[in-house]
Design a protein around this ligand. Structure first.
Ligand code: NDP
Length: 433
């Protein structure tokens, strides 16, 4: 905390991981101490912070701050998304990059951990303004990334449009056509099923976790927060599995639809019109719109937080437990506070942490990298079946690791241990670096 002040989200992520690794660390304490392993693990290999000047539609210069944190490359090139949101600062990017190390390790694919972004807000900007920002951002970022060194992807605020503008600028400056970004459009190297991957993957893992505990998705009622990329495709897959999704939200309010969220209407509002959720009632007059927070007050079997960090706190957890909630699986990164997680687990709610539950996005990004290297495109079914297998494997790996260390059913501990073991083995094998 003294070394990195004003980075509360980063401290929170490190605390959560290290506390759950206590059993492993105690077993190999002497070796880890001698090797400075934990000290190396929490210090990014490299971090960049840069100026991003761009010209708005009125002809005025705007200045944002850009970040890229290259956290750990022990098992592969840095991989992790770019977040564009006014709340972005170094501490948030570091927390996301740190989580990414273990998440990427859990996928079983050869990708290291990194994250980046900017405090730029794409909301309310014209396409030209978004392009001006993306080009300026990439003009600096392109010095530090590459298909074999660091391959960024989307995150909050960075969708196909932003990735397209950034890819164009990278190609223009560096003069190479390579898979330097994932989440690309299908006409220029993107992968089928990447858009769906995080939401679908979340449901594949949730279904498997339920199975391990003698339950199934079909017939369950589900609340989802957020209405972006992850939330939309989580709602789609949950509905396909026979569950009923009754809520979605954004930063201004939330929708309750007792008949089940109309996913096609949601896609049109968010993906085509880029509009707000207040529009939902135009499609479904019987649905309710509530301003402010409240998604977690609804009685459901399964809760899937898919918006942002720390959006499900202790009070929300208490409400979910009082309503008989069976499982919580994190579509977003660190959406549940530490106290809320502990409360849910203490009350026998199955809890799948984000680094396992939302790993489908980065896993499919790694599949996009493979396709780019091969200069081939796989079918939707091929990518989707690989994704499903990866998520089922992650679920078993986290369950098995928890069991091995005497914490059966504690998937937070299991996911952290399973991710940590591979990274530390690789770090130790590569010497002090
Ligand atoms: P999007 O930008 O597509 O959507 C984000 C959603 O969350 C929007 O509905 C947004 O509402 C809401 N939201 C964002 N910030 C806040 C806030 N401070 N308070 C309340 N609501 C908020 O992002 P994604 O769906 O891609 O990402 C969602 C989460 O999933 C993030 O935590 C991200 O890191 C994580 N994730 C994403 C992956 C991916 O492949 N996309 C992969 C793995 C994790 P509004 O429109 O009002 O801002």
């Amino acid at each position: 905390v003294e070394k990195n002040p004003a980075e509360p989200e980063f401290h929170q992520a490190v605390k959560e991981v290290l506390e759950s690794l206590r059993v492993v660390v105690e077993e190999r304490e002497e070796e880890f101490r001698r090797e400075g392993l934990l000290e190396r693990l929490v210090e990014p290999e490299r971090q960049f912070k840069f100026r991003v000047p761009w010209v708005d539609d009125k002809g005025n210069v705007q200045v944002n701050t850009g970040y890229r944190v290259q956290f750990n490359s022990a098992i592969g090139p840095y991989k992790g998304g770019l977040r564009l949101h006014p709340s972005v600062n170094l501490g948030i990017i570091k927390f996301l990059g740190f989580e990414q190390i273990f998440k990427n390790s859990l996928t079983g694919l050869p990708i290291g951990g990194g994250k980046g972004g900017s405090d730029f807000d794409p909301k309310g900007k014209s396409d030209r303004e978004v392009m001006a920002f993306c080009q300026s951002f990439m003009t600096e970022l392109c010095k530090y990334i590459g298909a074999d060194t660091d391959v960024p992807a989307g995150d909050i605020g960075t969708g196909a449009r932003e990735i397209g503008y950034m890819f164009g600028q990278y190609k223009r400056i560096r003069g190479v056509y390579e898979g330097v970004l994932t989440g690309k459009g299908l006409s220029y190297g993107g992968s089928l099923a990447r858009k769906e991957a995080t939401g679908y993957g979340l449901l594949y893992l949730t279904e498997e976790m339920l199975k391990l505990n003698g339950q199934e998705m079909a017939g369950k009622t589900v609340s989802i927060s957020g209405s972006g990329n992850v939330a939309i495709y989580a709602a789609e897959k949950a509905t396909q599995m026979g569950a009923k999704v009754v809520t979605v939200s954004d930063s201004t309010g939330w929708v309750y639809d007792a008949e089940g969220i109309d996913v096609e209407a949601l896609k049109e509002i968010k993906e085509v019109k880029r509009a707000r959720l207040t529009e939902y009632q135009n499609y479904r007059p019987n649905a309710e719109y509530h301003p402010g927070k409240g998604v977690w007050s609804v009685k459901v079997d399964i809760a899937l937080p898919c918006a942002t960090q720390n959006e499900l706190d202790l009070e929300d957890a208490k409400q979910l437990v009082a309503n008989g909630c069976l499982a919580v699986a994190e579509g977003a990164n660190m959406p549940t506070t530490l106290e809320a997680t502990e409360y849910l687990q203490a009350n026998q709610v199955l809890f799948a942490p984000g680094k396992a539950a939302n790993a489908g996005g980065v896993a499919t990004s790694a599949l996009e990298m493979s396709q780019n290297s091969e200069r081939l495109s796989w079918t939707f079914e091929e990518v989707d079946s690989k994704l499903k297998k990866i998520m089922v494997d992650i679920c078993h790996n986290m369950a098995d690791a928890a069991k091995r260390y005497g914490a059966e059913g504690n998937y937070v501990v299991g996911a952290n241990i399973a991710g940590f073991e591979k990274v530390t083995d690789a770090m130790l094998a590569q010497g002090i670096c």
